[in-house]
Design a protein around this ligand. Sequence first.
Ligand code: NAD
Ligand code: GLY
Length: 366
Amino acid sequence: MTHVVRVDIDHAPYDILIGNDLLTADNIVPLLPQPRVAIVTNTMIAPLYLAGLVQSLTAQGVACQQIILPDGEKYKTWESLNLIMDALLTERAERKTTLIALGGGVIGDMTGFAAAIYQRGVPFIQIPTTLLAQVDSSVGGKTAINHPLGKNMIGAFYQPRLVLADLGSLNTLPDREFSAGMAEVIKYGLIDDPEFLSWLEANIDGIMARDEALLAYAIERCCQNKARIVAADEKETGLRALLNLGHTFGHAIEAGLGYGAWLHGEAVAAGMVLAALASQAIGYLNEQDVSRVTHLLQKAGLPVVSPALGAARYKALMAQDKKVDAGRIKFILLRQLGEAYIGELPESAIDAALLAGCDSAEVVAK
Ligand code: NAD
Ligand code: GLY
């Protein structure tokens, strides 16, 4: 059965389809303004899913350009974006040519940005193939590349016309990547859905065993939550910032260790623990709340101890966060589990969270 979640953005509403056997021309062709697409993917995903998609589209008379990039977060760069531009220009892709992102969040973010800027904007479809991309990055229109000085620093808000989340594509996803996606799943429960958090705690073993019915429910619930938040605040003037729970610390971990050393979801998991510890330091959460967070993340196979980059380095990296306002770092914090808010932290609470949440063995070893 295919589940449909509507993303009700005023100027550009679209559907997310969640189900099996979705990567077919029937789902895509009705949305194409011309029978021509450019599919952007990478060397890992191309052998798995590209041929089937191309075959289905060409059988319905759609011309398919294939753009295959190197795989990995470290290639989420200007250079890769330029490879997409070179390919589109060489093949004379037109304004009505639709770009299709076939892959995880890295491919989705880069292809979306390419679609936003090629000829000032061309149609764009997301086919997310990782759990993380299905529950988060393919929905809501944030597109970007990284800069050595900061993650996702160069990009645009640009909405897709359709998201196809095919459950079958998760069968080939390595366990570590599956766990990384679970960080964003758990994030939704912590932000504003305590009922979903309890459901996750009750069903975590089945989800990690990739029970398809449980997974379909979890993906749909996450997409509903994200769709609601994005429809209310597309350009992140307020509410949408809550989706960055764990990301201020997490982006510092990713940049501090070098992109790709930890997966994005792993950094978000450890970052959410730091956010919970900071929330405890300012008197909102108690020890039991923090344990609930770490226990669930651990059961999802995620790291809960952050690397000991040093407090000064964390603060320097976090000072480059996109939520910084007039030089002040805004954090996503927890008033209670299932109730996040945007706030500032006294230096002492940041220090307390880093002291409690970073790898003390590493500090000693330094
Ligand atoms: P990813 O795109 O690097 O994919 C993870 C790995 O899995 C890659 O090696 C990829 O090739 C491989 N892969 C993808 N699908 C596969 C499949 N079905 N079978 C086997 N292997 C597969 O990483 P990700 O976790 O999907 O995304 C992380 C990125 O998403 C980060 O760059 C992050 O900044 C971004 N992100 C963006 C948003 C947003 O709102 N735009 C939200 C969250 C994260
Ligand atoms: N992943 C954060 C957002 O989409 O706003």
